[in-house]
Design a protein around this ligand. Structure first.
Ligand SMILES: [Zn+2]
Length: 478
């Protein structure tokens, strides 16, 4: 990080603006891939720089990023940010004041059992090679296997003219295993699903990964002779490794306040949600509770401060089935007048914070998986996302999964291949009939949520129980 007194440098220029803040960002990511038991890729990426943000006396915000972390680098970036803030006065939509940059002080650090940086990369790659080889040797119909790990360490430090002084240190690991099987013209791929969390080397614990590898290898073979998913309207049970993406696309994205304000319509899209819907719209039955929770330990996007320096708190977006709150940081809340959350985040030193999901979770309900299956006369249980599509307003969608099971008269009767379902957001969630209990609750997360121009690909977490829906259109096909 910096080797000069940033607070001192800020104080030398602070009378030229209402507020000055600096976010220093350092991130190192290592990607490891093994295919078919072989060493396929080990590469890494480093980002290091700082973003200087200025709130002008006219109430306009502007920023300037630099990889020159020095006194001179700071001064040049400050001068540019101030020049841009002054220029933006004639185009300004909102006049901000210092209340949007609270002077918080403190620290956050991912709790890890073992820091992955203490482990040699050759040891981690050797584990991945063992896993992909084990799946390849499982059956000669398995034609391709892969084992993937992405190790990220991020340090962020924030200092401002009104006394903010905090830092955060994140340890993140994402992992995935996959096996593709082929017999004749039939090809089926099964994977664990990309799983990211804030955790240490415990993410790569071999007993658990070996069991997962054996399960997906066996299921890829099982799918080769499975029946096609039927086309009908029936009950649908979604496992957390699919439901987390459903929540991401059809609850998370439409509730982003910058989308609702129209900022994203040129690129990521708009939202069917309107400002009047908050406090009114029935998103689901009374037992649906969806939280914004950056405080859940070890979930992908847990933190103490968002990148505007607002302290993170658990809040309910959907409470007892009613839409209550949007995913909008302090700036979007001021612009829209809609209640939001501490969710302004950026992906690097050269990107400004904007409204992002962080952890968006479904609170556990009361049903066990066994009760959910027993309550189903005819239904399909789907595992692990394979494909997704949703319109620009985040309304009509279609998802495909890797593996499904038919339920008849309260029992699982057979495996189905190529399962898909479709729906429209609000009616789909209102067809929810069961929310799984704590035993079915799993912490999922992805490093790949894209948004913004220039693009920002960010990490999001979704902790989700198993859920059941009724009257859903399901269909087969690759
Ligand atoms: Zn996304």
């Amino acid at each position: 990080m910096n080797n000069f007194d940033l607070a001192q440098e800020i104080s030398l220029v602070s009378d030229q603006a209402q507020w000055v803040g600096v976010r220093t960002f350092n991130e190192q990511t290592t990607y490891l891939v093994s295919r078919n038991g072989l060493n396929s890729e080990v590469s890494s990426d480093i980002q290091n720089g700082m973003m200087v943000e200025v709130l002008s006396h006219d109430g306009q915000l502007a920023y300037y990023g630099t990889s020159d972390i020095s006194k001179d680098g700071f001064k040049r970036a400050f001068d540019e940010a101030l020049r841009l803030a002054k220029l933006s006065k004639e185009h300004g939509l909102t006049n901000f004041d210092t209340s949007i940059r609270p002077p918080e002080k403190g620290e956050y650090r991912t709790p890890v059992k073992k820091d992955v940086r203490e482990v040699k990369l050759t040891e981690i790659q050797s584990q991945l090679m063992q896993l992909s080889e084990r799946m390849k040797k499982f059956d000669n119909r398995i034609i391709e296997t892969s084992a993937f790990a992405m190790l990220t360490h991020t340090s962020v430090q924030f200092t401002s003219s009104n006394g903010a002084e905090w830092k955060q240190d994140f340890h993140i690991i994402s992992r995935d295993l996959s096996a593709t099987a082929k017999e004749g013209s039939e090809v089926q791929r099964r994977s664990t699903g990309l799983l990211g969390r804030q955790w240490g080397f415990e993410a790569l614990e071999m007993d658990e990964l070996t069991a997962e590898a054996d399960k997906i290898a066996a299921q890829s073979i099982e799918l080769l002779t499975a029946e096609e998913c039927p086309t009908e309207t029936c009950d649908l049970i979604l496992m957390p490794d699919q439901l987390y993406l459903q929540v991401h696309e059809s609850i998370g994205h439409p509730l982003e306040l910058d989308r609702i304000l129209g900022d994203e319509r040129n690129y990521a899209g708009w939202s069917f949600v309107s400002p009047e819907d908050f406090g009114q719209l029935k998103w689901g039955p009374n037992f649906l509770n969806v939280s914004f929770d950056p405080t859940l330990e070890n979930e992908m996007a847990s933190y103490r401060y968002d990148d505007n320096g607002v302290v993170a708190q658990k809040q309910y977006l959907i409470e007892n089935g009613t839409l209550m709150r949007g995913i909008g940081g302090i700036e979007s809340q001021k612009r829209s007048g809609i209640p939001g959350v501490s969710c302004a985040r950026s992906t690097s030193w050269n990107r400004p914070p904007m409204d992002r999901m962080a952890n968006i979770n479904i609170e556990p309900g009361t049903s066990s998986l066994d009760e959910i299956i027993k309550s189903t006369k005819r239904g399909i249980l789907m595992h692990t996302n394979r494909s997704w599509s949703i319109d620009d307003y985040r309304n009509k969608f279609q998802f495909g999964c890797e593996y499904a099971q038919l339920i008849e008269d309260g029992k699982i009767t057979k495996t189905l291949k190529n399962p898909n379902y479709r729906g429209a957001t609000v009616s789909f969630w209102n067809n929810l009939t069961h929310v799984g209990n704590e035993d079915t609750f799993q912490v999922w997360g992805s490093p790949y949520c894209g948004k913004g121009e220039p693009n920002q690909v960010i990490r999001v977490g979704h902790a989700i129980p198993i859920c059941k829906f009724e009257n859903i259109e399901v269909f087969g096909g690759a």
